[in-house]
Design a protein around this ligand. Structure first.
Ligand SMILES: Nc1nc2c(c(=O)[nH]1)N[C@H]1C(S)=C(S)[C@@H](COP(=O)(O)O)O[C@H]1N2
Ligand SMILES: [Mo]
Length: 203
């Protein structure tokens, strides 16, 4: 009974709770081929070497569960998702970034990408989710692995993730290049790049 008011109070400014759970993405849903699927951590790693995981190896990483709301910049919010998967922290431990890394790019199938500050990537709630609400992700939700960065607008929660790139200089991802805010904090309504303050984005 008190569920609805609670959710209302968890809504960032300008957001609403839609009926159902919209699925949105740009382009097609990729097929998953476990034999050839690879997850790469590359760019400015501490050792200078990239690391490549097979699907089997990726499944051996530590797991965690995160309960989180999810805010799309088009103004709908999906409340109370239970995600399970590999915490970003586990990947940072397994493949440490070089000391001067401050930003991260998350890459998906077909070249979709989203950048974020290392500080945003390295949060307890940032996950590489393989399950939603105790079931494997459906193909359109990002199967086999999607990023979940619930404290930023949902375009940063990249579906069908294939790589993480450690950056010593910030670069814009897919939507950040197309007019969306580089930082994307929904509580500050950082929707569009014209709202960026100096220092919030690359030149
Ligand atoms: N690879 C990929 N990931 C993506 C997108 C996309 O177009 N491609 N769209 C993003 C956007 S804008 C949103 S709102 C969420 C939607 O997630 P959902 O379909 O699970 O609701 O996925 C994000 N992740
Ligand atoms: Mo979105």
């Amino acid at each position: 009974m008190p569920e609805f008011p609670e959710e209302e109070s968890r809504l960032p400014p300008g957001q609403y709770i839609p009926r159902g759970r919209p699925v949105i993405h740009y382009g097609r849903v990729p097929a998953f081929r476990p034999q050839t699927w690879r997850f790469q951590v590359f760019g400015a790693t501490a050792t200078g070497e990239a690391h490549m995981y097979t699907w089997e190896e990726f499944g051996g990483l530590p797991k965690a569960t995160v309960l989180a709301d999810f805010h799309c910049v088009t103004k709908f919010s999906i409340m109370g998702n239970e995600w399970a998967g590999i915490p970003a922290r586990a990947l940072l431990d397994a493949v440490p970034p070089a000391d001067d890394v401050r930003h991260v790019m998350i890459w998906a199938e077909y070249g979709y990408s989203a950048n974020m500050r290392l500080a945003d990537f390295d949060r307890e709630s940032t996950l590489f989710a393989t399950e939603l609400d105790e079931k494997p992700l459906s193909p359109e939700r990002g199967f086999p692995v999607r990023a979940v960065v619930p404290h930023l607008y949902a375009w940063k929660s990249v579906k069908w993730v294939r790589a993480i790139e450690y950056l010593t200089e910030d670069r814009r991802g897919f939507w950040e290049e197309r007019g969306y805010h580089n930082v994307a904090d929904p509580w500050r309504e950082q929707r569009y790049s014209y709202q960026e303050d100096p220092g919030e984005g690359p030149l």
